[in-house]
Design a protein around this ligand. Structure first.
Ligand code: BTX
Length: 325
């Protein structure tokens, strides 16, 4: 441990009681001013530290970081999130997750960053990922699934994130097929599912999850101001990101197991309960086709079923859905 690490460790262990700067100075053969400089550095890192004359320093608040220690305080899973690779800044957690998955990262490895400079959505669209305001994470999972079952993992993840948001905030978001989680019609979460696969077996699924947590309306760029929202905007107070992450991991683990053992039917029921799409007149915009009709549900494979205006029923794999008012 460096003197700074030792200082931080003692501040944590003291539980708000004062820690002697002199003792650490003696232990490391440093001056008290050197220790004071470390205190100032910790303050720059976001720690709030108080001083008691002649007694030393005490910890007031810890920065709201989504590092491994903060997440693990709340984590109640068997494997998901037991390995966490944390970054202050990254281009995209998806890139690192793909590399790690290729290098045999274990099932449930989590890549998470305070900010992304090249966060991405589907079809290379940008995903706004401001520093410290949201949850920008990629979870590497290796469920026992055939490649054709992998797209349903988007729906598994959507249900899990929605459940976690409900539990932590008390609000009830909607899911818009396939991957958007909405509050009052505005997007609070996006999910990007990517795959590494053999012909007959999924090797890894990279679940990229972006959740807007503590943004104020002004934190979003203008082009998102009418379509994006955050949990803080919805409930009017800050949400502990680390706690929410732990809940998300818990539900993804639980629902992935259900999917592996019992198939898609139970997930489908949960999903339909949250859906704002089923029963609505919609327009599905695909790469080469636009379909208008009524969304009548999802199939056992996770396809969205649409009854077209001429009565035929079509199942679609992937599209942007516009809900007609
Ligand atoms: P999507 O293609 O459904 O949504 C992308 C669209 O959403 C953008 O074109 C834009 O209109 C809008 N948008 C961009 N940023 C935000 C935001 N912060 N909140 C609300 N709307 C926004 C959704 O793709 C999948 C997003 C996955 C993001 C995660 S974050 C961790 C991981 N790393 C990474 O690079 N991507 C995933």
């Amino acid at each position: 441990l460096t003197a700074k690490d030792e200082l931080l460790k003692r501040l944590f262990e003291a539980n708000g009681q004062p820690v002697s700067g002199q003792e650490i100075a003696d232990q490391f053969g440093l001056s008290r001013t050197a220790i004071w400089k470390y205190v100032k550095e910790l303050e720059v890192d976001g720690y709030e530290i108080g001083t008691v004359r002649k007694k030393g320093y005490f910890l007031i608040t810890v920065p709201d970081k989504v590092n491994a220690a903060n997440i693990k305080k709340h984590l109640n899973t068997q494997t998901y999130g037991q390995t966490i690779h944390y970054y202050e800044t990254l281009e995209s957690t998806q890139f690192i997750a793909h590399d790690e998955a290729q290098n045999d990262a274990r099932d449930g490895t989590l890549i998470i960053s305070e900010e992304q400079t090249l966060g991405k959505g589907r079809m290379s669209r940008p995903w706004n990922s401001a520093y410290g305001k949201g949850i920008w994470m990629s979870l590497i999972v290796r469920p026992n699934l055939a490649p054709h079952q992998a797209p349903q993992m988007t729906l598994v993840a959507a249900v899990a994130v929605t459940r976690a948001i409900e539990e932590i905030t008390g609000i009830h978001p909607d899911i818009k097929w396939p991957n958007d989680i909405l509050i009052n019609g505005k997007k609070v979460t996006g999910i990007l599912t990517e795959l590494q696969t053999d012909p007959d077996r999924v090797k890894a699924i990279i679940l990229g999850i972006g959740i807007n947590v503590n943004q104020f309306p002004d934190d979003f760029p203008v082009e998102l101001s009418t379509i994006a929202t955050s949990l803080k905007i919805a409930i009017g107070s800050e949400v502990n990101r680390a706690k929410l992450i732990a809940k998300v991991l818990e539900f993804i683990e639980q629902y992935t197991k259900i999917y592996e053992t019992h198939g898609f039917a139970p997930i489908k029921l949960l999903w339909e309960g949250y859906s704002n799409t089923v029963g609505k007149q919609i327009r599905a915009v695909m790469l080469n086709e636009v379909l208008d009709g009524t969304a009548i549900g999802i199939s056992d494979e996770g396809l969205l079923k649409i009854r077209l205006d001429d009565g035929t029923i079509r199942g679609i794999y992937s599209a942007d859905i516009e809900i007609q008012k």
